[in-house]
Design a protein. Structure first.
Ligand code: PLP
Ligand code: COI
Length: 338
């Protein structure tokens, strides 16, 4: 493949194949490898009317040895099951999920970016209600699709500091809503905030808890973290997505002699942090250089020398080295695609 791998955006690019499977009459059928980018869908499918849909975002990485490594796919599977249960869908079986993901990668092997380009293959499993209903009720039929696309950094800044804007006039999720699930509705609800931040020249919105607007929830499509006195602080909230990247960081920190606090994080604390950042599959670890509170017209500035903070840098180096196979994987997080 002759692509400008080092300059890939985080966007959709057509690859050769995708994998699909349908659940009908109480059972999942055989999965099909397709070269079409389109799905034929019933106009009354529950996904179209009532948003019965969940997806995952995961990545595969090419190592120096040429091998392809998938990062923590079982965690993505568990989260997809949780999302499915949360909006009353039938999840794929673990075997189907794994087969579909690994087949989609293998069939599109040439699209896995070369080692050293910083790019990776993004994997998007999608599950939705495809059976017709008109009353508000769960579908009896489901479609599960996995497609892949090679991607570069989520933020144009890459691992350079990104600017974030606090958004208060729209909410992504309610405390007892679907914020902990990776369902399409949350992203629809986030679009106004994303657009507002972008229009103001910022990379992503910072969402506060929708009840009191006092605590930090998330950064666009990534979790929030802060560093203070060698302590990693990350929000505890009933409205945020449990990030697998954040979970992995939290599991690495004891081995890095960095302390951890998982608790509600007040926006008033922004002043006191040494470093702040966003983490996620797409965002990887994105240091934040500025948080702009538009309503208060107040700026919180970090990375004043233009570089990521030292603790964010250390965490980034360790995580990315495991993902690309440049360092040993003591946690058993990567699985090689054979
Ligand atoms: N929060 C939201 C809203 C997301 O969409 C994502 C992306 O998946 C994350 C956090 C980060 O989660 P993960 O690290 O599992 O990709
Ligand atoms: C991810 O990090 O995988 C995401 O899902 C982000 C995405 C919604 C663009």
């Amino acid at each position: 493949m002759n692509l400008d791998w080092s300059n890939l955006p985080f966007g959709y690019m057509k690859t050769d194949y995708n994998v699909r499977c349908t659940y009908k009459d109480g059972a999942w059928g055989e999965f099909e490898v397709s070269s079409s980018e389109y799905l034929q869908i019933h106009m009354s499918a529950t996904v179209l009317h009532y948003g019965q849909e969940a997806f995952e975002g995961m990545k595969a990485y090419r190592g120096k040895d040429g091998k392809i490594r998938v990062f923590r796919w079982e965690e993505n599977y568990k989260r997809m099951v949780n999302s499915a249960n949360g909006i009353l869908m039938v999840p794929p079986t673990k075997e189907l999920f794994k087969e579909a993901v690994f087949t989609a990668i293998k069939k599109n092997e040439k699209f896995v970016p070369p080692h050293g380009t910083g790019a990776s293959m993004y994997i998007r499993p999608v599950l939705f209600g495809s059976g017709p209903e008109i009353g508000v009720k769960p579908s009896k039929e489901y479609t599960f699709v996995v497609f892949v696309t090679p991607v570069g950094p989520y933020f144009k800044e890459g691992f350079n500091p990104v600017k974030i804007a606090v958004v208060r006039d729209s909410d992504r999720a309610a405390p007892l809503g679907t914020g902990t699930l990776k369902v399409g509705g949350n992203y629809a609800a986030s679009l106004r905030g994303v657009e507002k931040a972008h229009k103001a020249g910022y990379g992503a919105p910072m969402y506060l808890d929708s009840c009191s607007k006092k605590y930090i929830d998330e950064i666009g499509a990534a979790n929030f973290f802060a560093i203070k006195d060698n302590t990693y602080i990350t929000p505890e909230s009933t409205a945020i997505l449990p990030s697998i990247t954040n979970k992995s960081i939290l599991e690495m920190l004891p081995d890095m002699d960095i302390k951890v606090e998982r608790r509600p994080v007040s926006i008033d604390e922004l002043d006191s942090f040494d470093e702040v950042g966003a983490c996620g599959t797409a965002a990887v670890i994105s240091p934040i250089g500025e948080v702009y509170d538009m309503d208060e017209d107040r700026k919180y500035l970090y990375c004043k020398d233009g570089k990521p903070g030292p603790v964010s840098q250390m965490i980034y180096d360790k995580l990315v080295a495991i993902q690309f196979g440049d360092a040993p994987d003591p946690y058993g997080w990567v699985e090689i695609v054979e």
